[in-house]
Design a protein around this ligand. Structure first.
Ligand SMILES: Cc1cc2nc3c(=O)[nH]c(=O)nc-3n(C[C@H](O)[C@H](O)[C@H](O)COP(=O)(O)OP(=O)(O)OC[C@H]3O[C@@H](n4cnc5c(N)ncnc54)[C@H](O)[C@@H]3O)c2cc1C
Length: 401
C-alpha cells in the first residue's frame, strides 16, 4: 500500500496549484486525478481572467513564467454597461489605478500545462486514478482509488478534496451542500471580431443575463454568455449563434466573424456546509462554486491554496500534525470572510442586473454612472477585481508559504 503525507484529490487548476505550493516542504505529496495529469489532451478551451494578485501567486509558484507571451492577454480597460433598458456605463482603466494591467486573460489549457510543467521539476507524485472512497482512523486516512478496472488504496495523513463542484471527497466525508440554481447556463465560445479593441474586456448586463467578452489576443475574444435558454443557443448553427450574439452584445467590436465550438455550463452557486472533516479539507470549487460573472472562481480557489499551504508549512515548522482537525479548523476560519465577501460580490452583481422592471433598470444605470464618477468607489471595485484586497497571503506577496 502506498503512503504519502498528503494526497490532493483533483488535479485541476486549484489542486495542481496546491501541489506546487507544497512541493518545497519536506513532505511526500501525491496528486490524484483521472485525467488532468495529461493536460495536453485538455478539451476545455475556456479562458480565465486572472487577477493581478493571482498572477503574482502563480509567478511565485514558477508557473507564470512558463506561459508564452501568446498565452497571456493583459486587460488594461474594462467596460461595464447595462443594455437592458438602463443607460449606465463605467470604465475601469489600469492607468487610473496605477497598475500595468487590471487582470490577464489566460487559456485554461495553457495554464494547466504550465502548472504541470512546473510540477515535473518537483518530487510531487502524479497518480492517475479516481477517488472511490475513504476510511480514516485517528491519525491516517485510507483513500480508495480506481483506474479503469484496477483498484488500490493509498494511505495519507491528510486528504485534500480539490475535485470540483461535484466533489466525491465531500460526499464521502458526509458534508452537505447549499445549492442555488440560477436557472440558466453559461455558453462559452471563442470568436473572431472585425474591430478588436486591444486589451479591453467588456461586461454587458442584458435583460436575459450578463455577457462577458474577454480579449485573447489579435482579433479573438472569449464570449461568456449567461442565458435562461442556453440549450437553444447551443443548438444554433454558427451563423445563427453569431446573429443572436450580435443582437445582444451590440457592435462595439464590429462584426462577429466566426465562433469556436460552444461549451455549456449549468450555473449554480454551491457551498459545502463545512470545509474540514477528520483527516480531510476541501478547497476550490469542491468548497465553493460561484457564478462566473465576475471571473472570481479560480482566483478565490488560489487564495484557498495560499492560506492552506501557509497553514501546512506552519505546522511543519512547529512539528505539529497538519492533518489534525483542530489545526485545519484554523484554515477554515481564516478563509471564511474572503469567501463570504466574494460570494456576496458575485451574487450581488447577478441580482442587481437580473430584474427587468424599468425603475430598477434606471437605478442600475444611475449606479453605474455614479461608480464612473466616484474614483473611490471605482477604486474599491477595481481592487476586488484585481484580487488585491488585503490582508494578502504570503504567496500573493511573492513569498513561499
Ligand atoms: C463559464 C465559466 C467561466 C469561468 N471564468 C472564470 C474566470 O474568468 N476566472 C476565474 O477565476 N474563474 C472562472 N471560472 C471558475 C473556474 O472555472 C473554477 O473556479 C475553477 O476551475 C475551479 O478549479 P478546481 O480545480 O477547484 O475545480 P475543477 O477545475 O473542476 O477541477 C477538479 C478536478 O478534479 C478532478 N476530479 C473530479 N472527480 C474526481 C475524482 N473522483 N477523483 C479524482 N479527481 C477527480 C477532475 O478531473 C478535475 O481535474 C469560470 C467558470 C465557468 C463555468
Amino acid at each position: 500500500m502506498q503512503r504519502y503525507d498528503i494526497v490532493i484529490c483533483g488535479g485541476g487548476l486549484v489542486g495542481a496549484s496546491l501541489a506546487l505550493a507544497l512541493a518545497h516542504l519536506p513532505l511526500d505529496i501525491c496528486l490524484l486525478d483521472p485525467v488532468a495529469c495529461a493536460p495536453a489532451a485538455c478539451p476545455d478551451d475556456r479562458t480565465f481572467t486572472i487577477a493581478q494578485g493571482s498572477k503574482r501567486a502563480l509567478e511565485t509558484l514558477g508557473a507564470w513564467p512558463r506561459l508564452s507571451p501568446g498565452d497571456v492577454a493583459p486587460i488594461t480597460e474594462i467596460e461595464i454597461s447595462d443594455r437592458s433598458g438602463g443607460f449606465g456605463l463605467t470604465h475601469i482603466l489600469a492607468k487610473e489605478q496605477g497598475v500595468e494591467a487590471l487582470g490577464f486573460v489566460v487559456g485554461n489549457a495553457a495554464l494547466l500545462a504550465a502548472l504541470y510543467e512546473s510540477l515535473g521539476a518537483t518530487r510531487v507524485r502524479l497518480h492517475r486514478g479516481r477517488f472511490a472512497g475513504l476510511t480514516h482512523d485517528g491519525s491516517e486516512a485510507q483513500v480508495m482509488v480506481a483506474d479503469g478496472d484496477k483498484s488500490g488504496s493509498i494511505v495519507c495523513r491528510l486528504l485534500v478534496g480539490a475535485d470540483g463542484t461535484h466533489s466525491a471527497v465531500r460526499a464521502a466525508c458526509g458534508i452537505g451542500v447549499v445549492t442555488h440554481d440560477y436557472g440558466r447556463s453559461a455558453i462559452v465560445s471563442n470568436c473572431r471580431v472585425s474591430r478588436p479593441r486591444p486589451h479591453t474586456a467588456f461586461e454587458r448586463f442584458t435583460a436575459d443575463g450578463p455577457i462577458a467578452a474577454l480579449p485573447i489576443g489579435g482579433d479573438r475574444y472569449t464570449f461568456v454568455i449567461s442565458r435562461p435558454d442556453g440549450g437553444q443557443w447551443q443548438a444554433l448553427d454558427d451563423e445563427g449563434f453569431l446573429e443572436h450574439l450580435t443582437g445582444r452584445f451590440g457592435d462595439r467590436l464590429g462584426r462577429l466573424l466566426s465562433a469556436s465550438p460552444r461549451l455549456g455550463f449549468p450555473l449554480v452557486r454551491r457551498h459545502a456546509r463545512e470545509w474540514v472533516a477528520p483527516r480531510c479539507v476541501l478547497i476550490g470549487n469542491a468548497a465553493h462554486t460561484l457564478h462566473p460573472v465576475a471571473g472570481q472562481g479560480f482566483n478565490l480557489g488560489l487564495r484557498d491554496v495560499a492560506v492552506l499551504a501557509e497553514r501546512i508549512a506552519e505546522a511543519c515548522r512547529a512539528h505539529r500534525d497538519f492533518g489534525d482537525r483542530a489545526w485545519l479548523t484554523g484554515y477554515a476560519r481564516a478563509r471564511q470572510a474572503d469567501v463570504a465577501r466574494t460570494t456576496r460580490f458575485t451574487d450581488g452583481l447577478v441580482r442587481l442586473f437580473a430584474p427587468r422592471l424599468p425603475p430598477l433598470a434606471a437605478a442600475r444605470g444611475v449606479a453605474l454612472n455614479v461608480v464612473d464618477a466616484l474614483p473611490g468607489l471605482k477604486r474599491a471595485l477595481a481592487i476586488r477585481t484585481m484580487g488585491l484586497k488585503t490582508p494578502l497571503p504570503r504567496l500573493f506577496r511573492g513569498l513561499a508559504p
